[in-house]
Design a binder for this molecule. Structure first.
Ligand code: IFM
Length: 474
């Protein structure tokens, strides 16, 4: 790749060969919940449990991409994207999570890959985006060490069947969210509130990643990585105070280091709170070597930073919450001067710059891909039949500018995937939150590219972003 160039009009260019894509995940878009021999996943069970998902929504139909994948690939092609990140549903391929493959499940992904190939779009396939086969959950899920071995078996079988068509394999998507939301606070499937199971799940997810990486390599996989959700930790005011600095180190270890450390450096971070770490008895000899096997790339999902400031956890002020670092005199807070999306997430593009530069310092030369970045917005179809999602255009513009600046400042960023191609099933929020650059009318399944799709497509085709209006926040 060559360096960044400013176009004649001052636009900020990306390196030649930069990968431009959009991301989705199987349970969020495919629908066809029981079709062609697919087994139930933890998300089928969870979403069908009353009270777990807003409005009682399920992924039974979602965007029906299982049947409409040709239309969806045509959409991707029409935007000029060079790669599509999708996930493979483990229970479609192995309905019970072990044993022989379900050929009809593999056939679906082969057809999708063929369609992408015909349009010259490379495939970036995630093996696990949270839809664990329910049968494995019944045997302990990720809290059980055996699940890591089953995951490697599934990786091997899938790569053997589809590997010739996949440019990049991502083992896991956001293992931190699986452990925290699935096993610790119960907001996601399987809905457990069990701190011991959460810590065990953390280690077994990482071990599953390491074993799957080995299996993928043995199957001749072209390129292997993992996707982590990363959250820069920012400190207001006197970052020099000992308490705040300790708080920053602990928060960073809790939010990022517990996953980055083992994967990049073969060790859990020293500052991580003990309650989040797997107990030593679960870590067998050789596990950390397996987990830290060299990667071809790291996927970074970025949405929001974490802010810390001095405060009293026993007397919280507006916008403050107790800090996960539990350092006396330190609180987390949501700065007033930053916008929030309808998810309540802070909009802070400079956090993307920070995390990309930081990770590249930790792993010099390792190619990074932003595998997710985007926002929910209150989208609607206007009387002209258009969706004018100006908030998302602005969000993408500022974040792409931050990504371009990060490359200038030394980050080895090789590609960017927007989250998401389509409005979809947003987990516990059901269909109430729209993240797509393409609007989906869930009644008719009609797809309407939003203004953000046109904006993004222009960036992709130019391999450059227009200069930011001076008044926009960075
Ligand atoms: O929709 C999710 C995705 O599945 C994982 N990363 C965050 C997105 C927005 O919440």
């Amino acid at each position: 790749m060559t360096g960044l160039a400013a176009g004649d009009d001052g636009a900020l260019g990306f390196p030649e060969g930069f990968t431009w894509g959009a991301s989705t995940a199987a349970y969020q878009i495919e629908g066809a919940a029981g079709a062609d021999g697919k087994g139930p996943s933890v998300w089928d069970t969870f979403s069908h449990t009353p009270g777990k998902v807003r409005g009682g929504d399920t992924g039974d139909v979602a965007c029906d991409s299982y049947h409409r994948y040709r239309e969806d690939v045509a959409l991707i092609a029409s935007l000029g994207l060079t790669s599509y990140r999708f996930s493979i549903s483990w229970p479609r391929v192995q309905p019970g999570g072990r044993g022989a493959a379900n050929q009809r499940g593999l056939d679906y992904y082969r057809a999708l890959l063929d369609e992408l190939g015909e349009h010259g779009i490379t495939a970036t396939a995630t093996l696990y985006h949270w839809d664990l086969p329910q049968e494995l959950q019944d045997q302990g899920g990720w809290a059980a060490r055996d699940t890591a071995g089953r995951f490697a078996e599934y990786a091997s079988l899938t790569a053997g069947a589809l590997g010739d068509r996949v440019a990049r394999w991502i083992t896991l998507n956001e293992p931190q969210v699986v452990s925290t939301n699935g096993y610790r606070n119960g907001d996601h499937a399987p809905g457990l509130r069990d701190p011991a199971a959460a810590s065990a799940a953390t280690h077994h997810l990482l071990l599953g990643h390491g074993l799957a990486t080995r299996a993928l390599r043995a199957a001749g996989a072209a390129s292997v990585g993992i996707t982590l959700d990363l959250h820069p930790v920012r400190v207001l005011g006197d970052g020099g105070s000992a308490g705040l600095e300790r708080g920053r180190l602990i928060t960073d270890a809790a939010a990022n280091g517990i996953y980055l450390g083992p994967v990049l450096h073969g060790r859990y971070p020293e500052h991580a709170p003990e309650a989040l770490l797997p107990p030593p008895a679960l870590i067998a000899g050789g596990d950390l070597e397996t987990i830290s096997a060299p990667l071809d790339f790291l996927g970074v999902n970025y949405y929001s930073p974490i802010f810390l400031r001095a405060g009293d956890p026993a007397d919280l002020r507006r916008n403050e919450q107790p800090a996960r670092c539990r350092v006396p005199g330190v609180v987390e807070y949501l700065p007033d001067d930053l916008e929030r999306t309808p998810m309540g997430w802070l909009v802070d593009a400079s956090g993307l710059h920070q995390i990309l530069v930081d990770v590249s310092r930790q792993a010099p030369g390792l190619p990074l891909y932003v595998t997710e970045n985007g926002c929910a917005a209150e989208d609607y179809v206007n009387p002209d039949g258009e969706v004018n999602d100006v908030e998302r255009v602005r969000y993408l513009h500022t974040h792409l500018e931050a990504a371009a600046r990060a490359i200038k400042d030394g980050a080895s960023l090789a590609g960017y995937f927007v989250w998401s191609l389509l409005d979809n099933f947003e987990w516990g929020w059901g269909y109430q939150k729209r993240f797509g650059i393409v609007f989906v009318d869930f009644g008719t399944q009609r797809r309407i590219p939003k203004a953000s799709a046109a904006f993004y497509s222009n960036v992709v085709r130019a391999n450059a972003i227009p200069l930011l209006p001076a008044a926009w926040p960075r």
